[in-house]
Design a protein around this ligand. Sequence first.
Ligand code: SF4
Length: 87
Amino acid sequence: MADSTDDLPEVPLPKPEPKEIDEKLALQLRHQAEDAVLRGKPNGEERCDNCLFYMNPDDKISYCWHPKLRILVGGEWWCQWWEKTED
Ligand code: SF4
């Protein structure tokens, strides 16, 4: 049995492109990252997943609840607001 879509002309799907909201958010997040001196790698022993503000230390990506950030960050990232976890 033929598929009912066999007779339809092939219409190329539009190439996915970022929308205005994506560009706005990207710029906003870039400014936040610059303010925090956010880096995608650890600073010696200091890294997001051993920082006080990293929500779930067992996850490779987690929410950073530092009041100036409030974004998702990677466990191996680091920023200038790193703080030792409370024991
Ligand atoms: S405050 Fe900085 S170092 Fe700490 S989790 Fe957030 S981004 Fe990472």
